[in-house]
Design a protein around this ligand. Structure first.
Ligand SMILES: *[C@@H]1O[C@H](CO)[C@@H](O)[C@H](O)[C@H]1NC(C)=O
Length: 257
């Protein structure tokens, strides 16, 4: 009699026990994965993934985190200039997130290079770089999880807006300050001030036409140079073909296959 009860208890336990250990396993696997990703993110804002890491951390369940991946081709022999520019913007985005006070383990940023994970490119049927795809915490990427690079460009702010749409994680992009401009201006002012100070007893040169003509010429040359224009407006993104009048947009990605 007791034996019967014991056995039925044992049977019940085994029935209910198995799913619960399965659940436990899943839970430990998940926290292992999250721990590993956090560890990598601590070292560099963008995690580099090869095929094996991609399958383990992005493709395979369990997962309770989003992964944003840049597919790129940064090896010099691929000659992908835009990949480098996009990578710089992506690093700015990922670093803004990593050092943000709102940082959580909900979103991770990663990159797959064609020369380290061409199998991933094949698996996803991807043949251009750079491309950005968001892998949501649940389910497969939808159409809007692919970033429209040709339409939106790859500025970190645009990428941040897209990530915000896809994940509810708002990232404020913080760019490293660019000191070159203000520094040059300060230097110029100091030189002019210094000259005026040195010649304070003899300010005749202010009435010298040649000095003014030379300064004006320098000013014109600097302002009309493409460098200054790029500095103010950013490099040209689309330009008009002068013969046909058509607006030509340089492609923002290259084909790889
Ligand atoms: C995902 O699960 C792991 C393990 O349970 C947990 O440590 C982590 O906080 C979870 N992440 C989110 C965003 O809920």
């Amino acid at each position: 009699m007791y034996l019967k009860v014991f056995y039925s208890l044992l049977l019940m336990l085994s029935f209910y026990g198995i799913p619960s250990t399965g659940q436990k396993k899943k839970e430990t696997l998940l926290s292992e994965k999250v721990g590993q990703l956090m560890d990598w993110t601590g070292k560099r804002a963008v995690i580099r993934m090869n095929g094996e890491k991609f399958r383990r951390f992005v493709k395979a369940p369990p997962r309770n985190y989003s992964v944003v991946i840049m597919f790129t081709a940064l090896q010099p022999q691929r000659q992908c200039g835009v990949c480098k520019q996009a990578d710089e913007e992506y690093q700015i985005l990922a670093n803004s997130w990593r050092y943000s006070s709102a940082f959580t383990n909900k979103v991770f940023f990663a990159a797959v290079d064609f020369d380290e994970g061409s199998d991933v490119f094949q698996m996803l049927n991807m043949n251009s770089a750079p491309s950005f795809i968001h892998f949501p915490a649940k389910g497969k990427p939808k159409k809007s999880d692919s970033y429209e690079l040709q339409v939106r460009g790859f500025a970190a702010e645009q990428l941040a807006r897209w990530v915000g749409d896809r994940t509810d994680v708002q990232i404020r992009v913080i760019r490293p300050p660019n000191y070159a401009g203000p520094l040059m201006l300060g230097f110029l002012l100091a030189v002019i001030g210094g000259l005026a100070y040195l010649r304070r007893n003899n300010l005749e040169f202010l009435y010298n036409k040649n000095v003014w003509a030379f300064s004006a010429l320098c000013f014109c040359l600097i302002m009309t140079s493409g460098q200054m224009w790029n500095h103010i407006r950013g490099p040209p993104y689309a330009h008009k073909n002068p013969t046909t009048g058509q607006v030509v947009r340089p492609s923002l990605s290259i084909d790889i296959s």
